[in-house]
Design a protein around this ligand. Structure first.
Ligand code: NAD
Ligand code: LMR
Length: 321
């Protein structure tokens, strides 16, 4: 049996994610699973309704469901952990504006993971600002290797993949090697230079650098806010789908020569990014080395790195515990 913990279980992302996991979409059709759901005490009662709905789905693989507000119990023996529980931003906010409220959640949960999770646990941080929240959790889980923590930039990757496919008038699966560098924020770097369309460089297929730099690139940076403006709430189903894909990429091999994007701890990274950050790289699932940055990427990557250093400075006290 594999144990999968989801925090923020009463929230909108979890309402989509949990049912996909229970249906076997994370670990496949032959793997029995236990779900361990966490939310704050005020929300725990409503999780009874969620549990009833899970029961009413009669999922063959779902053998056990636990829920509560104690992180240690939620993470006990967990093999896969989705750290979703955190406040979302509203219109006009940047994700880093959430740090003051959300950062401290990841102190407590990092400690609880350290104590209770399985030693090989894989942790995906979704709650924003996910890179710096992930860094906080890493600092409080010294017994879990930092490379087992990941911050979710998969939604940005998926957004970029769709936009490139749409522009080139190809199927989405014909677009590969889309890298998001840096922070899951409005400084993120959606790399069209190394992306491929039908195996060829995207820049040789979409011969419109102006569109790539001036429309595609900022469009991916701002997509989260544009969704919030349109829906009145932040993205949920697309975030759940991305969370599932991000964790699956750690389990199911990515084809040779391709990669996915994920926020990883920077210690010893092959790109000279400052250490002690969580920065999104091309992954397989180890960081893929050797991609060369042109002047455009170099300049934009410096900006997103600077922002992550500033976010780290803001949470210096939380990093120390
Ligand atoms: P939501 O408000 O619908 O749900 C959040 C849930 O987390 C609530 O039920 C809340 O009670 C719970 N929660 C709060 N503190 C908690 C704690 N300490 N422990 C456990 N649970 C706790 O929000 P949502 O739309 O599901 O979004 C959740 C987070 O995911 C937000 O921070 C949002 O910004 C982020 N997000 C990230 C991405 C990404 O690409 N990385 C995409 C979408 C949303
Ligand atoms: C997103 O990218 O949609 C999420 O991070 C939510 C947000 O705040 O934009």
């Amino acid at each position: 049996m594999k144990r999968i913990a989801v925090t923020g279980a009463g929230g909108q992302i979890a309402y989509s994610l949990i049912f996909q996991i229970a249906a076997g979409e994370l670990l496949g059709p032959n793997q029995p699973i236990a779900l361990q759901l966490l939310d704050v005490p005020q929300v725990v009662d409503s999780l009874k309704g969620l549990v009833m709905e899970l029961e009413d789905c009669a999922f063959p693989l779902l053998k056990e469901i636990r829920f509560g507000s104690n992180p240690q119990e939620a993470f006990a023996g967990a093999d896969y952990v989705f750290l979703v529980g955190a406040k979302p931003r509203g219109p006009g906010m940047e994700r880093k504006d959430l740090l003051a409220d959300n950062g401290k959640i990841f102190v407590e949960q990092g400690k609880a993971l350290n104590e209770a999770a399985s030693k090989g646990v894989q942790v995906l941080v979704v709650g924003n600002p996910c890179n710096t929240n992930c860094l906080i959790a890493i600092h409080h889980a010294p017994n879990i290797p930092a490379k087992q923590f990941h911050a979710m930039t998969r939604l940005d990757q998926n957004r970029a993949q769709f936009q490139l496919a749409h522009k080139a008038n190809v199927r989405v699966e014909e677009v590969s090697c889309v890298t998001i560098w840096g922070n899951h924020s409005s400084t993120q770097v959606a790399d069209f230079v190394h992306a491929k369309i039908k195996g060829k460089p995207a820049i040789d297929v979409i011969r419109d650098r102006n569109w790539l730099e001036k429309e595609f690139f900022p469009g991916i940076q701002k997509r989260g806010s544009v969704v919030i403006a349109a829906r009145g709430k932040s993205s949920a189903a697309s975030a759940a789908h991305a969370a599932l894909g991000a964790m699956r990429s750690l389990i199911v091999p990515t084809p040779a020569g391709e990669w996915f994007s994920s926020g990883e701890y920077t210690q010893g990274n092959p790109y000279g990014i400052a250490s002690d950050l969580v920065f999104s790289f091309p992954c397989h699932p180890e960081i893929v080395s050797g991609l060369k940055w042109d002047d455009f990427l170099q300049e934009k990557i410096a900006i997103t790195q600077k922002e992550l250093i500033e976010e780290r400075d803001c949470v210096a006290l939380l990093l120390r515990g």
